[in-house]
Design a protein. Structure first.
Length: 735
């Protein structure tokens, strides 16, 4: 291409859940500039530092462009056919020798942003037929999905705040001003929060840290980590005294059971544990009930703790009993053009399932065909029938993103075989025998199959590829499809029908499946090819199509024959665990420090730390600590401190600040790039400390199995203390 030849492309950013529209200027096959697309109906020009760094991601010299094989002499390039053949043969041989469950899979967070992966990964997983399936969901969002499944009949029927119309927003354990709304796709949340206040509404934030969202709120209330369920149950109890089911009265069951179950969770009972005065809890509940419209929203802080499942149930129940479920300004349900809930069976997601089988070692429950990732390391390290001996990872870095990364790091070394579909040699993939790198996001078409289901406005947008993929490269869906077909053939499945199916899937690709899903969706024309929404129509609308605001639609969205269950038995039974953990009137332990994570605007879990523009500036992987807690431990601002838990220890510089409450320290997640063998030239210069070297894989939400990444007991001490004086927590003697 001539260096003077330029073009403009409109894309959806794939780096977080916000689905921001981008305007890219391309000159001589390189991105010259990135702007927010002001004509995108959802994001309306919003742009964050991550989206602005897309050119660096596309051109990252550390990004792999061909399959790599690990040898004694180091990594070497291999051809695609050889790499795919070897991967399939090794996986097949292990399953023949040790059973189907001897091969495990792990899908990382970027899978949700990739239509090819979402549409084709299930085909490979079903072919492998292993029960040892893991993903980032159980380190992230499983409580949302469990509540949706048990209350509404489908794991993806997750209510989202109608943030653009509400008059009262209660945020607990979430920081949407930085995340742009996780499990609430809402680009430009700052603008949306400010709009609530401009129209006379109220925003209240409950969090152990004075977050960026709290800075925009009318009120911020500190809460002790891990006690969110008590606060939420107390609010629910106050609202259940005078429930207002309104339009859902004939569609919901279990109100009496719910009211009786939470009757003893009074604000007074919660106060000594949460640190929130009873009168504050009552005032918040009263304001919520009296608002013209209101919605409660919780995210990572409520999910990744010992009572994550109960927290999300309580949030959904609060929205329901206050009369704000499926109501303008309340908790509503998106109606996506590609319908993952009520779409065609072959294209829609499974409704889910719970507890149909359990992990071999600890007996943690299955959900939607997956097992809790907190069990992965023990399933590898524990000998016996059914032991995991091989692992396939897809777009994930569980060594940094799942609990007790140090133990998982050790476990990966014990595998007989590991293959990773990933563009980098990172902390996890460095253990693989084979790395199969896919094309970049800008080298393939894009449509957000999953995230439109959680959007605060109904829109649809398809992004055509910006760049032609390099010769000899493969998109991830082709890698998945080719692995699947090779495994089928190794099992003796060379039937003509199977070969024709494979050729058909190669021919139709993600775009063909997208088009079918759009045509059969709520805005499509079905079999009438010239009517309704289609991929062709979206190609003619590069900025996207506005399908309107959220509207009440739950009755039509519920699976056939399903009603709203306000008091699912598993949640009601789990209340006894809360009662035992927080005895009436018992105070917190004095001097205790609890670790919580935090989200940073320039980060995206572990995988953008290799981009120079995002890595520059002051160190961000710092430990936040209250001034009084620091003074008691002889720690000064900027000092490198030791942070220790029962499973390990890390070093991090401390930032003394009153933005965290007393008894709380905060470390961002996704760092820890100092491990040997990582090929990330920028990230390894700013390695930081991995918060998940401190989290304990043996501690989970006993109901859902979700990992506990917040409220972790730790000890913080100055590095000048000698090792002989460290406590058991500080020495990591529980590792």
């Amino acid at each position: 291409m001539s260096p003077l030849l330029s073009s403009t492309h409109f894309r959806t950013c794939t780096l977080c859940e916000a689905m921001c529209g981008l305007e890219l200027d391309v000159v001589a096959d390189r991105i010259a500039s990135v702007r927010g697309d002001a004509r995108d109906p959802l994001s309306r020009g919003n742009l964050c530092p991550k989206g602005a760094a897309l050119a660096e991601l596309q051109e990252d010299p550390d990004r792999l462009r061909s399959p790599m094989k690990r040898t004694i002499a180091g990594w070497r390039r291999v051809g695609w056919n050889d790499a795919l053949d070897e991967a399939a043969e090794r996986l097949h041989a292990i399953q023949v020798a040790h059973g189907r469950d001897a091969v495990a899979t792990y899908l990382g967070n970027p899978t949700a942003h990739d239509p090819g992966a979402l549409l084709f990964a299930p085909l490979l997983l079903r072919t492998l037929k292993s029960r040892n399936r893991f993903s980032a969901a159980s380190a992230d969002q499983l409580p949302h999905m469990l509540a949706a499944y048990l209350m509404f009949g489908h794991q993806l029927l997750v209510p989202v705040p109608d943030i653009d119309h509400t008059q009262f927003l209660l945020v607990i354990g979430a920081n949407p001003a930085v995340s742009n709304g996780s499990i609430m796709t809402a680009p430009g949340v700052r603008r949306r929060l400010e709009a609530i206040r401009r129209r006379g509404g109220t925003v209240v934030v409950i969090d152990p840290r004075r977050t960026e969202t709290a800075a925009l709120a009318d009120e911020h209330v500190f809460i002790r980590p891990g006690t969110d369920a008590l606060f939420l149950l107390a609010v629910l109890r106050e609202l259940a005294v005078a429930p207002r089911l309104r339009h859902l009265a004939g569609l919901a069951d279990g109100l009496d059971t719910l009211s009786a179950a939470v009757r003893d969770f009074t604000p007074e009972r919660a106060e000594p544990h949460t640190g929130i005065p009873a009168e504050v809890t009552r005032r918040v509940a009263r304001a919520f009930a009296d608002a013209p419209s209101a919605v409660a929203y919780g995210r990572m802080g409520t999910c990744t703790q010992e009572f994550g499942g109960l927290c999300q149930w309580a949030i959904d129940a609060i929205n329901a009993v206050s009369g704000n479920l499926d109501r303008d300004g309340g908790a509503m349900f998106a109606l996506p053009a590609f319908d993952v809930v009520r779409g065609p069976r072959l294209l829609a997601a499974s409704p889910g399932g719970f507890g149909r089988w359990k992990t071999r070692v600890r007996g943690l429950p299955e959900f939607a065909g997956e097992l809790p990732v907190a069990a992965l390391s023990e399933e590898i390290l524990t000998e016996g029938k059914g032991r995991v001996r091989a692992l396939m990872t897809f777009a994930g870095n569980p060594v940094l993103s799942t609990p007790n990364g140090t133990r998982l790091d050790r476990a990966l070394r014990e595998l007989d075989f590991m293959v990773s579909i990933d563009p980098y040699v990172n902390e996890t993939t460095r253990h693989a025998e084979l790395i199969l790198p896919p094309t970049t996001p800008l080298e393939r078409g894009h449509y957000d199959v999953a995230l439109h289901a959680f959007a605060v406005r109904n829109t649809a947008k398809y992004s055509s590829p910006v760049f032609a993929p390099p010769k000899g490269s493969l998109p991830d869906w082709r890698i998945l499809l080719e692995l699947r077909q090779r495994i089928i053939r190794l099992r003796g499945g060379r039937r003509p029908a199977g070969e024709l199916e494979h050729l058909f899937l190669r021919w139709i690709g993600p775009e063909g499946l997208l088009d079918a899903g759009l045509r059969m969706g709520p805005y499509g024309g079905g079999i009438h090819l010239l009517r309704g929404l289609s991929l062709r129509a979206l190609r003619r609308s590069p900025h996207g199509m506005d399908l309107g605001p959220l509207r009440p639609c739950l009755a039509a969205r519920l699976p056939a024959g399903c009603r709203i269950a306000l008091a699912p038995a598993p949640f009601v039974a789990d209340l006894d665990r809360v009662r035992r953990a927080f005895p009436d009137g018992a105070p917190r332990r004095e001097g205790e420090l609890l670790l919580v994570g935090r989200r940073l605007l320039r980060d995206d879990n572990s995988w953008l730390h290799n981009l120079p523009s995002l890595a520059r500036g002051k160190p961000r992987c710092t430990l936040l600590m209250h001034p009084k807690d620091a003074r008691e431990r002889g720690v000064t601002d900027g000092e490198l401190v030791l942070v220790s838990s029962l499973v390990g220890g890390v070093e991090a510089p401390v930032r003394v600040t009153d933005e965290v409450m007393r008894g709380v320290v905060s470390l961002p997640h996704g760092y820890g790039h100092g491990r040997e063998g990582v090929r990330l030239s920028v990230a390894t210069r700013h390695p930081g400390a991995s918060a998940n070297d401190l989290t304990d894989e043996s501690v989970v939400d006993a109901l859902s199995g979700n990992a506990v990444l917040n409220g972790v007991p730790v000890v913080v001490s100055a590095r000048r203390r000698s090792a002989s004086r460290l406590t058991p927590l500080e020495t990591g003697s529980g590792a």
